[in-house]
Ligand binder design. Structure first.
Ligand SMILES: [Zn+2]
Length: 219
């Protein structure tokens, strides 16, 4: 087909989408070392501006600035899923935390952090207490998010989608290899409010999964 004939059919063109959905099952043995530098620079201190809550969802709107591989992103909100959405080597964590960022041009980047049962987490407890308080009186507040990140921020990176409608694609995912911990009481406290808030895993369709190995000097 010549170029001319191709362009003559453009009224019948349609976009192919739906092949880059999230979450997925990450098989670590199939991941590739990342060529890019991959450094993440984030701030432990974030500002919580609002909490949106109904019977289905809980979104904590927050502000912070993050650099991913040299590009700037603004934190917009974070939220939790129970159980986790991503599977890694057939393991499903009890919970998964999503920090949702957007770049100045509108590109989404999500940090995904698994939450396992272990030691008490004071930062998560602070959030549980806020969620259970009178949200109508919630002031804009500083929040120390350090305990919501693992120390070693090695991550898997792939291109996927939002996991709730409108399921927008071309979302950059950064799925941290190491979990954070909450205790059993905290898990039960969250699950009493929200449970089964996870989308099923979607086909990978040969998308590459990259692996970034945390280097101590970066953070
Ligand atoms: Zn999510």
């Amino acid at each position: 087909m010549t170029i001319t004939k191709l362009y003559a059919t453009q009224n019948s063109w349609s976009m192919v989408c739906g092949h880059h959905q999230s979450p997925i099952h990450i098989q670590s043995s199939k991941s590739l070392p990342m060529d890019d530098d991959g450094t993440i620079i984030r701030h432990d201190l974030i500002t919580i501006t609002n909490i949106l809550r109904d019977e289905n969802t809980l979104f904590i709107e927050a502000k912070s600035f993050t650099q991913i591989n040299g590009r700037g992103f603004h934190l917009t909100q974070f939220h939790f899923h129970s159980p986790a959405e991503h599977l890694v080597d057939n393991h499903l964590a009890p919970m998964e935390l999503h920090f949702v960022h957007q770049s100045q041009s509108g590109r989404f980047a999500v940090f995904s952090i698994f939450m396992e049962v272990g030691a008490h987490n004071t930062a998560f407890q602070q959030l549980l207490d806020i969620i259970n308080s009178d949200l109508s009186a919630l002031p804009i507040m500083d929040f120390h998010a350090q305990k919501l990140f693992p120390k070693d921020i090695s991550y898997y990176h792939y291109l996927g989608s939002l996991t709730t409608p409108p399921l927008t694609e071309n979302v950059e995912w950064y799925v941290f290899q190491n979990p954070i911990f909450i205790d059993k009481i905290q898990l039960n406290q969250f699950r009493a409010m929200y449970h089964h808030t996870a989308r099923e895993t979607q086909p990978r369709h040969n998308r590459p999964i990259l692996f970034y190995q945390h280097r101590k000097e970066n953070y």
